[in-house]
Design a protein around this ligand. Structure first.
Ligand SMILES: *Cc1c(COP(=O)(O)O)cnc(C)c1O
Length: 367
């Protein structure tokens, strides 16, 4: 077996984390400098951890320019639990209809739990077009009285990403940003509810960020268990029960890295754009060999999915890539093909190494 390297880990999720964060996390497992104890054994009721939660919230608020109208929570259960929590809290006992876009693998998972709670209308379905594109605003016929409108900003599996915010301004907008939150700036005031687990772009698995407009919660029905009610978590400052202390600590390190090392979301977005441009340029310049999955205007800046003409060639590509130290490039099991995930922590020089490998592979394939 050859040695794999973190720097060349293009995994779709859990994704790569910055080297400096891994070093600090390693040290904290032995002992958190300002405490003297392992992060794995510090009480979630300690002053130290209360300060960690407070700083994570402050850092994310600063990065997103989040207004006070919105609460920020650190929850468990991943994005999948949010697929159920959202309709439980916003659709149950309502006479209104919730609108969903079915744009790929992850939005597909979000719809059945909503149907358990009330009326759902699928506004647009990308299945017929093979989930290679996203709808234009003119294709979405929204109702004015929807309970809410739900979409996935970046379909991680197919590598398609909204570059405009869909929906109406007078209907609550709900978005699964699991694979692109904090990868670029956007106006959070246009969203009523955002959720994103950490393990693609923000930290390790175990913690999920929820950002919710406080007044959206005035209408929550009775009979929801407190652990599934955002209001209980707001009241408890995200320490309702034992939270994933280590995962939250690593998210703190990642937010510090974004602020101090990267310099904020504008800078992060510029770097992410360079990485994506480099990869798509190689794909486009060898279109006989590499076939990009997404329609160009819907290409994701986080997940670059492409195919080769045969599965034999894909296997050869993956095997040779592995010998060179690259990992995580096999496409999602539902789609096949190749996928390079280039989350925030993936460095531009690593993407350039992948581009060089793809160039060599293409030259070799032509012989
Ligand atoms: C990975 C992913 C999910 C699934 O998240 P879990 O934390 O495993 O529940 C949901 N939505 C998107 C957009 C994803 O990328």
């Amino acid at each position: 077996m050859s040695e794999l390297s973190n720097a060349l880990n293009f995994s779709g999720g859990p994704g790569v984390l910055p080297e400096s964060v891994l070093n600090e996390a390693q040290e904290a497992i032995r002992s958190v400098p300002e405490v003297g104890l392992s992060v794995l054994g510090i009480s979630h009721r300690s002053d130290w951890f209360a300060a960690v939660v407070e700083e994570v919230e402050r850092n994310i608020r600063q990065l997103l320019q989040l207004p006070d109208s919105h609460a920020l929570l650190l929850l468990q259960g991943g994005a999948t639990l949010q697929f159920s929590m959202v309709p439980m809290l916003l659709l149950r006992d309502s006479s209104k209809t919730a609108e969903y876009i079915h744009s790929g693998y992850w939005s597909r998972q979000s719809i059945p739990p909503a149907r358990l709670e009330g009326e759902v209308s699928v506004l647009w379905d990308g299945e017929a077009s093979g989930f290679r594109r996203l709808p234009a605003a003119s294709e979405l016929h929204h109702r004015a009285d929807a309970a809410y409108f739900h979409y996935v900003s970046n379909e991680t599996v197919e590598g398609i990403q909204f570059h405009e915010i869909p929906g109406r301004e007078d209907v609550p907008r709900v978005c699964d940003m699991s694979s692109d939150l904090l990868s670029r700036p956007f106006d959070p005031d246009r969203f009523d509810l955002i959720y994103a687990h950490a393990q693609k772009n923000l930290g390790p698995a175990g913690v999920t960020i929820v950002i919710v407009r406080r007044d959206l919660l005035d209408q929550v029905p009775d009979g929801i268990p407190a652990v599934l009610d955002y209001r209980a978590h707001i009241k408890a400052h995200s320490i309702y029960n034992t939270p994933p202390v280590f995962a939250i600590y690593v998210v703190l390190l990642v937010t510090r890295w974004l602020i101090e090392d990267i310099g904020g979301l504008e800078r992060m977005a510029t770097i992410n754009q360079h990485k994506a441009d480099a990869l798509y340029a190689i794909i486009d310049s060898h279109s006989d060999l590499y076939r990009g999955w997404a329609r160009p205007e819907n290409r994701s800046l986080m997940n670059v999915a492409f195919e080769l003409p045969s599965t034999d060639q894909e296997t050869a590509f993956l095997n040779q890539a592995r010998v060179m130290g690259f990992s995580g490039l096999k496409g999602h099991r539902s789609l096949g093909g190749i996928r390079a995930s280039i989350y925030n922590a993936m460095r531009l020089d690593a993407v350039e190494s992948l581009c060089a490998f793809m160039e060599d592979f293409a030259t070799q394939a032509r012989r």
